[in-house]
Every structure is written in C-alpha cells, then in structure tokens.
Design a protein around this ligand. Sequence first.
Ligand code: SF4
Ligand code: SF4
Length: 456
Amino acid sequence: MNAGHSHLKALDYSIVQQCMHCGLCLPTCPTYDATKLERNSPRGRIALMRAIADDRLDVTKAFGDEMYFCLGCLACQTACPAGVNYAELFEHARAEIEEKRVLASPKRNFIRGFAVGWLFMDLRRLELLGKALRLYQQLGLQTLLRRSGALKLLPKRLQELEAMTPHVQPAFSSDLIEPVTPAENGRKFRVAMLTGCAQDLTFSDVNRDTVEVLAQNGCEVVTPPEQSCCGSLHAHNGEWTLAQQLARRNIDQFPPEQFDAIITNAGGCGSHLKHYAKLLADDPAYLKRAKVWDAKVKDIHEWIVEIGMRFPTMSRSSSLNEAHSEIRNSQSLLTSAATSEMVVTYHESCHLSHGQKVVSQPRQLLQAIPGLKLVELPEASWCCGSAGIYNLTQPEMANDLLARKIKHIKSTGATTVATGNPGCLLQLINGAAKEGLKLRVVHPVTLLAEAYRAEK
Ligand code: SF4
Ligand code: SF4
C-alpha cells in the first residue's frame, strides 16, 4: 500500500453511505448498551468512517481507540434493516488505523509484530510455544507458581492474564487425526478440514471429534498435519496484507476444486474464510479460485445439516449422561431437573450467528442427541466478551460481558453450555472458573461425537 492510500476512501461508496441513521441497531450493540454514548454505537462509528471517506475528518488516535473499543461482534449487522455491511467497514477502518499508525507505540508495535506478524504467520512457531507451555503445565510449575503466592507480586493486569492462560492439550491435531480419514459406511463426500491455530493448541480434541462426526456422515476427510492460520486475526486487526498472504496460502494448500466442502468448526474463522474473494479482489491470479473457495467453506453445523445428518441412535440415560453425572451430582445449583436428561444451553458465537447466519443448525444438531434437553439461553446471541483478542485488550468491558453471560447461563439450570467457537469456549471456561461453577463448556460437535461413540 502506498502512503497516500486510504482504505475507507477506496471502499465502494455504496457501502460507506448505506446507513440511514434509523438507530435500530443501537439496542443490540453491547458497547452502546454499556455507555449510552452515540460515538460508541454502530451508527456513530459509521458516521465517523463516512466522514473520513468524505475527507471531512482525519484518522486520529481517538478514531483508532473508538474502532478498537468496538467488539466487531456484528450484532448491528443482523439488526440493520438497510443491510449495512458493518463487517467490511470495520475491517477497512482498522486497516486504515494501522496504515496511518495513529495508535503506534513501542510496546504495541512489539506485541503486534511478535504475535500477529510472526507467531501466527507460521503455525510451527505457535506449536513450539504450545509445547513449551504444555511442559510448564505438565511439570506442575504453573500450579506451584499459583499456590506459592508469587503471582501476587505481579501487577494486577498480569495476574489476570496469567489466570486466563489456556490449558494446552496433551496432543495436537496432527497427533490425533490421520492426514486422510475414510468415510464410515461408504464415501459420499470428500472434504477438507481446517484445524485452526489457537484451536489446535487448546481444542485439538474438538478437531478430532469434528473429523469423527464427518466420517460418520459419509465424508472422507483430508486433514494435512501442517496448516496455516486462516488470517482472521490479521484482518480483524488491520493487517490486510498479511491476511491476503494467508488467504493465498490456504487456497494453494486446499485447492477448492478438489473438495465438496472446506470445513471449519470455529465460528470466528468461518466468518472470515467465507470472504476470501473480497480480500483478494485486486488479485487476478487468485480471485476466480477465491470465489470457488468462498462457496465451498462450510461451518461444521451448517454442513452436517445441509447433507442430512445421521441421527445418533443411543438410548436415553445411556453413557452420554453417565459421562456428565459427576457434574450433575456435584452441582446442586444447576440440578433443578432431577431427571436423567443432560440439560444443555447454547451460546451463539457472534461470528457464527451474526457473521455467518448459522443460527438454527447448532440447535438442530443438539436436539438430535438422545437424552439431551436443550434449554434456550436468554440473550444467546449477545457477545460473551471474547471477541478475538478483545478480552486481552479491553478487559473491563470483556469482564462485564462475561459476568452478564454467566448470570444468564446460571438462570437456565443447565449443567452444560455448548458453543461453536474456541474464543467463546475459553471465555466461558474462564467465567465458570472465576465463579467456582462446575459447568461443562463444550463444542456441540463433541456432544454429537460422544453420542455416536455411545452407539458402539
Ligand atoms: S460490531 Fe458489535 S460492538 Fe461494534 S458497533 Fe456493531 S454491535 Fe456495536
Ligand atoms: S440499523 Fe443500519 S441503517 Fe439504522 S442506524 Fe444502524 S447501521 Fe444505520
């Protein structure tokens, strides 16, 4: 990009001027709900972006702060009757903020350069870091440090970050999943499976469960051991060029013409993966293939329902419930239903529901599981505060949103909460731990995989 380039000015003006200022999005916006300030609302932010595109406003630090206070949850996009494409505006605004360097500081530059520009550009580096962290956890050093009280010497923010350190899985996806998994009972489809970046470190078991569920539904699954990040972290944080590089890498590694579908089980990744054509709009060498790619990317819930999911035949009160009996028995608060059913509630990942409009399919998947009672969660699609790395960069707002989410989960009486995005899973696990709540936090596909296993 040249120095004079402006993402917002270069954007199709029909997107920039689409907002008709009706305000119907305001009640759905978590930041506006918290502050009641117009500038913290979708309408206010869009007005700022339009003013920059119209040359009436410069890109300033205040604008940068505002766009990073936005969660990017896209609830406003669902609510908007005019079809404003907030996702596109948001990503271009953040790209412009990074190009103009209005938030630059030595500390911020170092953290971004290390994490976004280096660590997540080659997942072998992330895996190495994951292995070091796993060793630290397995040797008991983390427990020792926590029990010793030494962490109290750290600044409060560092103590909070340490408490959020995810549990690294004992095995990564490449240890658990064969490069090609055959379909059970005859191949109907050939699909590719993206194992993700943070997802692979912290929820490789969910990847294994996803592959099992696909195989059970007639899919041969191609899962190369070495993969790349989808680039959503980069696009959501204004690193447009790096996001383009990763998109090209993924299209080369998973030629979309060779698969019936390209499967993701992470709501945040899927929302980004479905828009490679927009990202590569100026790249004639990739644009055509990116369009094929976009049409083939499917969230696991969406795909399973689309191809006609095989319903598990496990009987009620079988091993699925036994697997959760410990939680049920130990949690008087959440065991209102003295039945053999596992009571599950469902939290909607923002980018699965607002970004991809995959709303009914996860519920259909859960309702197909025998012995499972699905209870609706109040404000199911209200952000939990995870929002990519928002819980790291805006802890106060993220913690308020998490407390609100946990309160609603408690109100359902559920012993399990299901959600289809690794960021939400981690956020809810942390929220339950903070309150000492014995709540199982799980991906819906894991519950389906367990039901299939219980048939055997
Ligand atoms: S993306 Fe979420 S936080 Fe940002 S303006 Fe829209 S509703 Fe508000
Ligand atoms: S609902 Fe849509 S058109 Fe109305 S103010 Fe919000 S973004 Fe603008």
